[in-house]
Design a protein around this ligand. Structure first.
Ligand SMILES: Nc1ncnc2c1ncn2[C@@H]1O[C@H](COP(=O)(O)OP(=O)(O)OP(=O)(O)O)[C@@H](O)[C@H]1O
Ligand SMILES: [Mg+2]
Length: 267
């Protein structure tokens, strides 16, 4: 597809370094096995699949933390190399939000310091003189009171910490947010609030999102399109309505049935 913001082609990540000793022995399973997908501007693409299916490994390749053995990726038409070889502007445009907001924020720094650190290390995107105003606007964007600026992560709830993580990513003025299980550690009601925030931010800032989750209930609330992975391979992909309404693959049907059982059990 031309015009895609992110294009991933035949991505392979193989963590097993051992060569096959005997001819005919089965090859070790690849963590990511020839996975291809595209993500359009202002689109939310969800990567779903059971634990160990390779979702995080794909995300780490996209943000440049993992070097794939094979395949290619482009972002806005530019080839994506590992992060150390990416131009600063490209690094800035791809930001990741992690599962555990507390451990991804420096506990010794106030929220103000956390955000200012982003601007200090990226002078090209730093707001002009009135950083306090920019900080207040950023916090407002993520639904936090400006009083939060003086607090440290330990004085904030899990949901507030995740809002700070999102603010820190937004401070970089990204085009793509990669959210890896970004709401999985939160209570269901807080999950819903953060999901709503992500949907709003996507609209307001024209963001695209690669949204990784094992929770199909969550994915259903946010995804435009869905890629289903199993054992490193892409099982099927399509519009969210099609994946949820008329899944083609038995594995997807089982995942959906398991999700339904779970929500039934919780009700
Ligand atoms: N650094 C690593 N070294 C060796 N194996 C790894 C490494 N990272 C991931 N793996 C393996 O790669 C496979 C895919 O892992 P990955 O973390 O990408 O799955 P996932 O879909 O994100 O799972 P989860 O839902 O549990 O987060 C797994 O078999 C995992 O054990
Ligand atoms: Mg993972």
């Amino acid at each position: 597809m031309s015009g895609a913001l992110l294009e991933v082609r035949d991505l392979v990540v193989d963590f097993s370094r051992k060569r096959r000793e005997k001819p005919g022995a089965p090859p070790a399973r690849r963590a990511v096995d020839e996975v291809s997908f595209t993500l359009g501007e202002n689109e939310t693409l969800a990567l779903v699949g059971e634990s160990g299916s390779g979702k995080t490994t794909v995300a780490r390749c996209v943000v440049g933390l993992q070097h794939p053995q094979e395949g290619s990726m482009t972002f806005g038409g530019t080839p994506l190399d590992v992060v150390s070889r990416r131009p600063a502007a490209l690094k800035r445009e791809l930001q990741m939000v992690f599962q555990d907001p507390r451990s991804s924020l420096n506990p010794r720094m106030s929220v103000r310091a956390i955000i200012n650190e982003v601007w200090r290390t990226n002078p090209a995107i730093a707001p002009g003189r009135d950083r306090e105003k920019a900080l207040a606007a950023l916090l407002d964007d993520v639904g936090l009171d400006s009083g939060v600026a003086d607090r440290r992560p330990s004085a904030l709830s899990g949901g507030q910490c995740q809002r700070v993580s999102i603010a820190r990513a937004l401070a970089m003025k990204p085009r793509l947010l990669v959210c890896d299980e970004a709401v999985s550690a939160l209570d269901v009601s807080v999950q819903a609030q953060i999901l709503r925030l992500l949907v709003d931010l996507k609209q307001e800032h024209g963001l695209s999102m690669l949204f990784i989750s094992h929770d199909l209930g969550v994915v259903r609330q946010i995804a435009d399109r869905v890629v289903v992975m199993r054992h490193g391979e892409l099982v099927e992909s399509g519009d969210a309505a099609q994946i949820f309404g008329a899944p083609q693959h038995e594995y997807t049907r089982n995942l959906l049935a398991a999700a339904l059982d779970l929500s039934g059990a919780e009700a």
